[in-house]
Design a binder for this molecule. Sequence first.
Ligand code: B12
Length: 479
Amino acid sequence: MRCALVIPSWAPEDIFSSKTASSQINYWQPLGTLYVAAVLQHAGHNVRFLNGAFTTHEELLTEIKRFSPEFIGIYSTTFGWDKAKKTAGDLRKIFGKHVFICAGGPYPIAVQEHCLEDAGKDIDAIVTGEGEFTAIEIIERIQAGKSLEGVLGVIFRDGERIIKNPPRPLISDLDSLPFPAREFLGDANLYIPPPATYKRKPVAVLITSRGCNRRCIYCFQIDKERKTGIRYRSVKNVLKEIEHCIKQGYKEIKFIDDTLAADYDRAMQIAGEIKSRRLDFTWFASACVNQVDKPLLKAFKDAGCWAILFGAESGVQKNLNTIRKGITLEQTRNAVRWAKEVGLQVSTPFLFGIPGETFEDGLKTIEFAIEINPDIANFHAITPFPGTYLYDNLEKYGVISTKLTDFTYQGAAFIPYTMTRDEILKLRQIAFKKFYSRPSFIIRKLFELRSLHDLRIAARSAKSLFWLWVKSKIFTYSS
Ligand code: B12
């Protein structure tokens, strides 16, 4: 069957201010959709992948019209739902009933049948979990002219009725899956992470496990109750994919596991194998501060890892407890120090707007960021995505925006009872300005410049810093 997998059209300006977008925009590979593409391709279907991150809505429609698919799968985050609905609506106008349209990804998984109610007859079904085997089964039923009754992991429209089938169990044997179909990406160099977060390109994104056993209240996971914890791929299977990526010409890999160090020995093994096989690529990973120690970080460094992201989140212990992060400030201090001592670059995201947080707490978080002094500090507005504990218990904590496009890490969609929206936006501004305009930080970064690539990044960051400074001037006078 001809299958089109679509990420609706979106632009950096939809998320970031045009002045700072260039230093913040992220184009990691959409791994989830590429897994679905790989499984459909392996089943013999004629698959086309279209990524609206790099094409306009009109161009997308034209290309899909030319391909004339029988099955269309649309990916959607919360932020992207309005665009997903519009894309489905315009495709329905083009193809009428001659195409089966379904939606998948974080938003449909989180809000389930609400997507069908909201999109009307433009969407025939939504996939409520991992899409690989569900998509296969949907297509088999369509080809057989049968209803979707009983297909696990699907909610579908049957005339005026909406039928909710039971969820599909999460895939236990991840080694059984084909590697994500990165060959569908076209020019791999389009998929670049935020400027200061990669060393070489093209950059592949790779996930060695699925799920997380931590219970951070703001984090969206397919397995909402974390019943299945973490499902790991074998080290052998992970190394096979790494070698496959290197053969495809990738020079850097971003591991997008929520934490690569959940299983300490396995993490040591992966690093050991990469080193012993002398694989020529650089890599970047994330880990939780209380899962690492200096020997593990040294092993990462020796195996080509150049940077690590630690979810620091806050500089105030009570706020870390509120978000159920399960870490202490001391653990963050130690992990950042060890990582720097072994020569890794350190990136730490922080959150403002945590329930119970005050403006003064926010200022303490900025001081903490300056104290631990990572190479990259990001200051986000906490965003309770549908499907998260915080979203399901909102009234306890604060108020939320009804505009789905606010559901980005920048949009301040959530305001705790203890702060105002202006205070959150002001904290983000003060944080970026105070952290990145320290002479010691600027001199350190100038001495680290090693290539034209580094120079370009520094220039972009300087431009963003300048606009932040301008905006803070405007902010001061307007508030
Ligand atoms: C890679 C990534 C990106 C990439 C690519 C996204 C894309 N697809 O275009 C980039 C960098 C562009 C990106 C951007 C953003 N992202 Co992002 N991203 C991720 C990340 C880190 C990994 C996704 C992934 O591949 N996971 C691994 C695969 C195996 O799992 P999966 O994606 O869930 O895929 C499975 C199912 O969802 C389903 N499925 C996936 N695609 C499809 C498609 C179809 C047709 C079907 C039927 C099923 C299906 O089957 C897949 C395989 O089982 C996730 C965090 C995470 N760990 O998942 C955040 C995440 C998806 N992003 C998130 C957000 C908020 C954003 C931004 C708004 C961030 C911002 N700047 O503010 C933008 C919005 C972009 C947009 N257009 O919507 C949130 C979404 C939360 C929500 N409920 O909306 C997540 C969950 C992070 C988080 N925990 O908060 N992101």
